[in-house]
Write a new protein. Structure first.
Lengths: 615, 84
């Protein structure tokens, strides 16, 4: 408790299903989900494995609080070696799938090998079968999920699946569950496709046991009140979602625009949270239909959007006339300002496409932005793009390329290789806004200095969810720091990285950290799980996870030279806003960061550090 | 009489005058007006104004009463918010 104590091992090459007992010592050291699955993965997989080879494995993993009454306790992750990055990949998703897997009695599923034909994994509590999925190969995520529910005659079946993008090796293909929640980054969907695994369908009714039910319910209820009473998690996120940041980051001069050439977007308001609430002049209805919550979540930040029925993109798409997963801030930025597009409906349409076909809107939008810059500079021509004018600001180009990439067709397949490979192919690697081949999220490191170090050192390539220093540098949580200064940012990034790893390992959503710290998480874990869980223990677990991920990446061939940023951010100063004249001060932060981590100047953990962390 | 753009976002948007566009309104101020004067003029308390930016630069709560505005400035305000 609160681990189920067992997991599934699925060998797709042999077609076998086995049950194994969870290693309790590892659970005490790595907690669960991101931590525990990474421990299993690094013990079993050669770091130099080719990500799309059968020898790579993928782990669907829950945390100890997944499936419990803790707020937001519905998370699961997919851990593998990422085909986009060549690094350890851990993509986290909400929705209801994680809860269902845990309630079926499984902490994890380790998937190995490659099936000779398309299959899906059917789990109904302890009844687990590898089933033929030939009828679903080539289908979209939405068709697959709805089809499997009909086949099983069970509307409560929870499905995580891939679309054609994952089948065809789009390197930022997602695994989508519950129609519009996704294990989104690093291409975990392409790994699933390489294994001929179309879907995992789960029904679980066994319940989740906790160590001390009375104490757990008391502390979980108390912590839900903390979330409800906090203005961010109780009011701001439910009402406006993450999209509220669009205007904030634009005012700050840190909104990457047109492939990071600029840091402010003149059309930001049109694609913002506030705009999603405004009635459209065409039909009098707002883009936002309602908010939505994942399993057990008392925040409900999700955006459910209804498209304008008169918008040019939707006329031949009746399935998009129903409310569905709308743009969050990252998607709105990547497909909006980074591409110079200020058409909220087009962004919503492209987001529906990403959900239906299973691609990461951040990597897609960022890769398209790079392609648009190549088009504007004449490197790409209309003949090369299949007749599409890839101009910055073109909503038509956005929706067309979202479909082609999602379906893995035509020029979309080229975009599907990601920004680094795409830009290198056309002779301009400097235009790829990536770290370790993964595309940046929505914060320009020239205007928010801590995020430069965050991106450069992220173990899964550029990512905001590994140390969200925006919370401190912009929002003042837990304390305010100056976004334009590099002072103290090394320590800030390390603290965020370690704490975030602990949250990710618990089965809880990272958005709780706008109101919670490890002080709020620890008593819930302590009441639910065997062992003693204090904030200090959790911080050590977080640091251990971070260092283990780093060790894997170093063994995979990464070096300190990969802890860097594109030249544009290091050499070209911001042109407007508060950061005007500034570049990223990564060189001032990185050596201090290595030192604080107990790593050598070359970014390698010292023997003393490894010993301290029992690695 | 400096003219300043006041932008109220998220839940504070409801405090803008009717007809405001893109969450912004123009405020004509007296010489020497400070950020705090503008906020109080709209009935906004320090507690409500979690994040205040003057031309994109953060204005701490204890400096709002001493930070003067000039012609063409933009004051942008948010209640407590989060994102990701």
């Amino acid at each position: 408790m609160s681990w189920t104590g067992k997991f599934l091992r699925i060998d797709l090459s042999a077609g076998t299903v086995k049950t194994e007992a969870l290693n309790r010592d590892w659970a005490r050291q790595y907690l669960g989900q991101r931590g525990l699955a990474t421990k299993y993965f690094t013990e079993e997989v050669d770091p130099k494995v080719e990500p799309l080879a059968p020898e790579n494995k993928m782990i669907f993993t829950t945390g100890p609080l997944t499936g419990t009454a803790a707020s937001t306790g519905g998370r699961y992750s997919v851990v593998t070696k990422g085909p986009l990055t060549g690094c350890i990949a851990c993509s986290n998703s909400g929705g209801f799938f994680g809860n269902e897997l845990k309630n079926a009695g499984w902490d994890m599923i380790i998937v190995e090998g490659r099936s000779p034909k398309p299959v899906y994994l059917s789990i109904e509590n302890e009844t687990v079968e590898i089933r033929d999925a030939s009828a679903y190969w080539g289908k979209t995520v939405w068709e697959t999920e709805n089809g499997l529910k009909a086949d099983h005659q069970d509307p409560l079946l929870r499905v995580a699946s891939i679309g054609a993008a994952g089948e065809k090796g789009v390197l930022y293909a997602c695994i989508v569950n519950d129609l519009h929640r996704a294990a989104g980054r690093s291409g975990v969907g392409a790994v699933m496709g390489s294994k001929n695994l179309k879907a995992v369908a789960v029904r679980g009714t066994r319940g989740v046991r906790v160590k001390d039910p009375d104490r757990f319910m008391a502390v979980a209820t108390e912590q839900k009140k903390v979330l409800a009473d906090n203005a961010v998690t109780g009011q701001g996120l439910p009402k406006f979602g993450t999209q509220v940041l669009m205007n904030v980051i634009n005012e700050l001069g840190a909104l990457p625009t047109r492939n990071f050439r600029e840091v402010q977007f003149e059309g930001a308001h049109k694609i913002s949270a506030e705009a999603m609430h405004e009635p459209r002049p065409t039909d009098g209805k707002p883009n936002l239909a309602t908010n939505g919550a994942c399993f057990g979540c008392t925040i409900a930040c999700g955006r459910i959007s209804r498209m304008d029925p008169g918008h040019f993109s939707i006329t031949s798409r009746p399935q998009y006339s129903e409310p569905s997963g709308g743009v969050e801030y990252e998607a709105a930025w990547a497909m909006g300002s980074d591409c110079g597009v200020d058409d909220l409906e087009a962004c919503t349409f492209a987001n529906f496409m990403c959900n239906e076909h299973g691609i990461d809107p951040i990597s897609f939008g960022s890769t398209l932005a790079a392609a648009m810059e190549l088009y504007e500079t004449g490197v790409l021509t209309k003949e090369m793009t299949g007749g599409v004018e890839l101009k910055f600001g073109s909503a038509e180009a956005l929706v067309k390329m979202a479909e082609l990439t999602g379906r893995g067709e035509g020029f979309g397949l080229e975009l599907g290789q990601g920004s680094r490979r795409f830009c290198a192919k056309y002779g301009h690697p400097e235009l790829s806004m990536t770290v370790k081949s993964q595309e940046f999220p929505a914060y320009d490191p020239r205007g928010i200095q801590g995020m430069g170090l965050t991106y450069a050192t992220s173990n899964r390539g550029a990512c905001h969810l590994r140390s969200y220093t925006v919370a401190s540098e912009v929002l003042g949580i837990p304390f305010k720091t100056d976004p334009l200064s590099t002072d103290g940012k090394a320590a800030l990034v390390k603290a965020f990285q370690d704490a975030t790893a602990a949250f990710d390992a618990s089965g809880i959503c990272i958005f709780t950290t706008f109101a919670w710290s490890l002080e709020n998480l620890a008593p819930q874990l302590d009441a639910a799980c065997e062992g003693e869980w204090t904030p200090e223990v959790l911080l050590e677990v977080g640091e251990r996870i971070w260092t283990l991920e780093r060790q894997f990446n170093l063994a995979a061939g990464m070096t300190a030279k990969d802890d860097t940023l594109p030249k544009r951010l290091l050499k070209d100063a911001a042109k407007t806003g508060p950061a005007k004249g500034l570049t990223s001060g990564l060189d001032k932060m990185l050596p201090e960061y290595y030192q604080l981590r107990g790593w050598t100047p070359d970014g390698v953990p010292t023997p003393e550090t490894l010993s301290r962390l029992a690695l | 009489m400096p003219r300043v753009t006041l932008k109220l976002f998220a839940l504070l948007g409801a405090r803008l005058p009717p007809g405001s566009v893109a969450n912004a309104t123009e405020v004509v101020t007296a010489e020497g007006t400070c950020v705090a004067d503008i906020l109080s003029g709209f009935g906004l308390t320090d507690r409500e104004c979690h994040l205040v930016l003057l031309n994109g630069n953060f204005v701490p709560v204890d400096e709002r009463a001493s930070t003067r505005v000039t012609e063409g400035d933009a004051v942008a305000v948010w209640p407590p918010i989060g994102g990701g």
